[in-house]
Write a protein that binds this ligand. Structure first.
Ligand code: FAD
Length: 474
């Protein structure tokens, strides 16, 4: 049956200076002048909403596999405007649902296949980057999940045990405090889990370069063309204020912004992740800190921190903590939440006393999307003509590449290893309606922060039994 969906009026886009949205967009090596907007009626085989990693990887693999396809991408702002142009630069195999929980939900084999596929996805991003000549500063340094304080050591060992139980333990190494300190000197680090399955990238250059690669393959990208409604069923199409694209298949690749469509409002939860960035550090500062391997770094806090060392010698320190907004609202002004940015600057200086009086030159943020069960979906329904991939919970840089390959295979009717993964056609249940959603999410956000703070204060690991942990940790 045909269905029509409309985006709310208040969510329509306005003119913006795109370079100010993140350091990555500012240094993408482009002026970010928008491509032409859709100005009438178009026909396509596949019409894609969103020119972030998900939409662009989908377009890329469709065109690589079937060069004769007509693929049109409609982007409300400019390519890379969303999380893809603003993230923490990790391109890793990490997945929002833990290995243990994947086994519990989908069984050992399916869990293992998904994790192995995520690992090879990190290499696939590097391969395409090189093949397409995208100067994305792809650097395969691996990653450390550091135990900051004794209280986080059990989590490091538990993660290693979970990988070992799947026969993947050899890839991951538990480092003691001394070895961790030889690699990177972080206050209070008592050990770390090292994984080789992570690279860092310049996300702005990657997403913009990918857009150009899609165009070289024959795809068309319209920018400043917000989709205000779409129809599924007999005659699928994406509609903008100035025209529409009719297509055999429409792809909804808008991640957190999809909540602006009433039909999708409760499918994912927009949560803000925020980032601060230092000036390029001096040689003396880097000598004190170490970190020559440029690994991605995080600790084991529930309330999430993530760090990377940029190619031009800055430290990026990101974290959650900005409050969920009633009604899943997304607004530019939420990208900059002064108390959270200040908390991140203080945390960076605690981690690295060498930062002393270093200047923080940039602060930004953006919304990511959390499904009710934290499980991303990559799905396609030939009857309604709709494909979608979403719900990466802040771990979407590599995962979106897997989405692109999976959606391309599903749309082209190919059965492959990716279309058999538990992410394919996964359905998460909806988030609660408001005001329950706001009450519950705020409760979990503050509860998990209290659990983290208590663990750091007492040195005792979290029990995993508090209500906030049972509701909010996966
Ligand atoms: C601050 C931050 C840090 C992060 N750090 C990391 C990290 O280090 N590693 C990692 O793996 N993941 C990270 N993530 C998550 C990761 O960036 C995302 O999961 C990933 O980029 C999602 O890609 P996407 O293409 O699905 O969505 P997006 O990049 O959000 O793209 C969606 C696009 O759709 C467009 N759009 C939305 N609505 C419409 C409409 N109605 N019409 C037309 N276009 C529309 C938007 O303008 C946007 O360009 C982070 C996210 C944030 C916000």
């Amino acid at each position: 049956m045909a269905r029509t969906a409309q985006v709310e009026k208040s969510a329509r886009f306005e003119g913006k200076d795109y370079r100010r949205y993140s350091f990555w967009l500012e240094t993408a090596g482009e002026d970010l002048v928008p491509r032409p907007a859709l100005g009438g009626a178009e026909r396509a085989d596949v019409a894609i909403l969103g020119a972030g990693f998900t939409g662009l990887w989908t377009a890329y693999y469709l065109l690589k596999n079937e060069p004769s396809l007509r693929v049109v991408v409609l982007e409300g702002e400019v390519a890379g405007f969303g999380a893809s142009g603003r993230n923490g630069a990790w391109c890793g195999s990490g997945f929002p649902v833990t290995p243990g929980e994947l086994v519990r939900r989908f069984g050992r084999e399916a869990a293992r296949e998904l994790i192995v596929e995520m690992q090879s996805t990190v290499g696939e991003v590097g391969r395409v980057t090189e093949a397409e000549g995208i100067d994305a500063q792809y650097f395969r340094g691996g990653m450390f999940r550091v135990a900051r304080g004794r209280c986080q050591l059990p989590a490091v060992h538990a993660a290693h045990e979970a990988y070992s139980a799947l026969g993947l333990g050899d890839d991951y190494r538990v480092l003691d405090a001394e070895e961790t300190g030889r690699r990177v000197r972080i206050t209070g680090a008592k050990g770390a889990l090292y994984s080789p399955h992570c690279a860092t990238v310049h996300p702005g250059r990657l997403v913009r370069g990918l857009a150009r690669a899609v165009e070289r393959l024959g795809g068309t990208i319209f920018e400043r063309s917000p989709v205000v409604g779409y129809e599924t069923g007999g005659s699928p199409h994406l509609a903008t204020a100035r025209g529409e694209v009719r297509a055999g298949t429409i792809v909804l690749a808008g991640e957190a912004y999809l909540t602006r469509f009433r039909e999708l409002r409760r499918q994912v939860l927009p949560i803000y992740s925020l980032i601060v960035l230092t000036e390029p550090l001096s040689e003396a500062q880097w000598e004190e800190i170490g970190w020559e391997g440029r690994e991605a770094v995080a600790s084991n806090r529930y309330t999430v921190d993530y760090l990377s060392r940029t190619a031009d010698g800055r430290i990026l320190f990101g974290g959650r903590g900005a409050p969920y907004r009633y009604g899943s609202r997304i607004k530019d002004e939420y990208d900059r939440h002064a108390p959270t940015h200040e908390m991140l600057r203080r945390a960076a200086k605690r981690w690295f006393p060498a930062l002393g009086g270093a200047r923080f030159t940039h602060a930004w943020g953006g919304p990511l999307a959390v499904p009710r069960d934290w499980m991303p979906t990559m799905s396609y329904d030939p009857k309604s003509g709709v494909a979608t991939a979403r719900g990466y919970t802040g771990q979407g840089v590599a995962t979106a590449n897997l989405s692109g390959r999976t959606l391309a295979d599903l749309i082209l009717g190919r059965e492959t290893a990716t279309t058999r993964l538990p992410t394919t056609n996964h359905r998460s249940r909806s988030w609660e309606p408001e005001p329950l959603r706001w009450l519950g999410v705020r409760y979990v956000q503050s509860g998990l922060k209290r659990v983290d703070d208590r663990a750091e204060r007492t040195g005792e690991p979290p029990t995993g039994r508090s209500l906030a942990e049972r509701l909010g940790a996966h």
